[in-house]
Design a binder for this molecule. Structure first.
Ligand code: PHE
Length: 469
């Protein structure tokens, strides 16, 4: 058997896994989702889910991946053919997330050049120019393709050389710039109202859809529920401490999300921008804030969008890697062929997603492609994928085997095993089931219910034909 590629170094793995986790989910999605879901209470529920469910599921993914040293599908299939569908579902999620993620990645890339072209000169027009840009039929498509090409180049080069290097250099830069933005935002008049919105829970705003949104956000942001961390774990050496790695990645991801919130909400309240402004939030708030900074503003803004693009890249390459690893391991593609063919399909999905923002193209139950891909993955596939993984680990794998994998055959301590195990076996599956059921029920009031049900239907079909997958 061919020796499996391994991570160049421990720090390389953490940077790559954190690079996968930290991305548009933290900086683009978290702030606008928190804004749309009422702020503080959403953030609190999100943090609870991250600590209890996110961390435990990440540890489970690392363990399941490293155990067989096989990527998402193989890790399930090699234990039990009836479970193949759980892995294939992850590959499908990879395709669908890559059906809109590069669109937003392309926006970030475009903004590097828009800022250089003088976007900040007329702060009052920043919002309108964003709307005009994303609803345009051709220009976002060009940026999306450019962004996808960057992904292809990185993933063709393979695990340790490509992904690792990108993460190592540019993650710290992003963190630093976010701190600068946060400090600037907090010193604006009226900023404290933003902190209150973000951190003071108002429980009257919590309902089934807010809770499902928080769960989905936790999974999306931590890159869980679709085999990504299984795949990354499969490249991890048997000597690594899985618990420590999962804890570090979870904390880094959460720190960046909170920092992004702190960078954005105070400034929004100071500028009188609606918290529920939606997907345009970061592309409007951040440039407006930098426009306030005078001569230094444009330079910081350019750096910010470069760092955002790179953060997005280190995430999307991990999504692409899930699909590519499946095609290489299970379908015997060469790496190059796997990357090129999957990127082509993703580009087509992205064209649909991008056009849908301008109201062009097919709809499903009244929603355009962008919303459909997001709803299916963020609200259904990732959470249910996480639920399936926990059921698989808790009920299909042996407790001793899991213990052995997590503690490196007893050579490493994990005193919390006695808590983690029942969480994975009982608490998490039941919680996800209840949250999803309640969220779908509520979704029928807002029009997203039918699409979520379609998602459940797809999972059921996959499960039924599992042995053929
Ligand atoms: N976690 C990434 C982000 O926050 C997105 C992602 C989701 C990556 C699922 C891989 C798997 O941007």
């Amino acid at each position: 058997m061919q020796k499996r590629e391994n991570w160049g170094s421990k720090i390389g793995f953490i940077m790559a896994a954190a690079g996968s986790a930290v991305g548009l989910g933290n900086i683009w999605k978290f702030p606008f989702t928190a804004g749309q879901n009422g702020g503080g209470a959403f953030v609190l529920v999100y943090l609870i889910f991250v600590a209890l469910i996110g961390f435990s599921v990440m540890l489970t993914e690392f363990a399941v991946g490293r155990r067989r040293q096989l990527a998402a599908v193989g890790a399930f299939k090699s234990e039990d053919k009836r479970w193949t569908f759980a892995g294939v579902l992850g590959v499908l999620s990879g395709f669908l997330i890559m059906g809109f993620y590069p669109v937003v990645g392309g926006w970030a890339l475009a903004y590097v050049f828009k800022v250089m072209g003088g976007l900040l000169n007329n702060p009052a027009a920043i919002g309108a120019s964003f709307d005009a840009f994303i609803t345009n039929a051709t220009s976002p498509l060009m940026w999306m393709v450019l962004y996808l090409i960057l992904n292809v180049i990185i993933v063709v080069k393979g695990v340790s050389s490509g992904i690792e290097k990108a993460g190592k250099i540019l993650m710290p830069l992003l963190f630093g710039i976010l701190i600068v933005i946060a400090i600037k935002g907090l010193t604006l008049p009226g900023a404290m109202a933003g902190m209150e919105f973000l951190f003071k829970p108002d429980f009257s705003k919590v309902d089934g859809s807010v809770i499902l949104a928080a769960l989905g956000q936790a999974f999306f942001s931590l890159s869980l529920g679709m085999g990504c961390m299984i795949t990354y774990g499969s490249y991890l050496s048997k000597k690594e401490n899985l618990v420590q790695n999962a804890a570090i990645v979870t904390s880094m991801d959460t720190a960046v999300a909170l920092l992004a919130g702190i960078a954005m909400f105070p400034a929004m309240f100071a500028f009188g921008i609606e918290p529920a402004a939606g997907p345009g939030l970061v592309f409007v708030v951040v440039p407006t804030l930098f426009a306030e900074m005078g001569a230094m503003g444009p330079m910081f803004a350019v750096l910010f969008f470069i760092a955002l693009t790179v953060a997005a890249l280190t995430s999307s390459v991990s999504l692409l890697e899930v699909v590519v690893a499946f095609l290489i391991d299970e379908k015997k593609f060469t790496r190059k062929k796997a990357v090129l063919s999957s990127a082509t399909v993703m580009a087509l999905l992205c064209i649909l997603a991008s056009l849908s923002l301008g109201g062009v193209g097919p709809t499903l139950f009244g929603k355009g492609a962008f919303d459909v891909f997001d709803l299916l993955t963020d609200k259904i596939f990732l959470a249910i994928g996480g639920m399936l993984l926990c059921i698989f680990a808790g009920w299909r794998l042996k407790k001793e085997d899991l213990y052995g994998e997590i503690t490196n055959n007893g050579t490493m301590d994990f005193p919390l095993f006695g808590m983690w195990y029942p969480l994975v076996k009982y608490v998490i599956p039941i919680t996800i089931f209840l949250v999803a059921a309640n969220g779908i029920r509520q979704g029928f009031e807002s029009g997203s219910g039918p699409i979520m049900l379609v998602g459940i239907g797809i999972i059921a079909i996959f499960a039924a034909i599992s042995k053929k997958l």
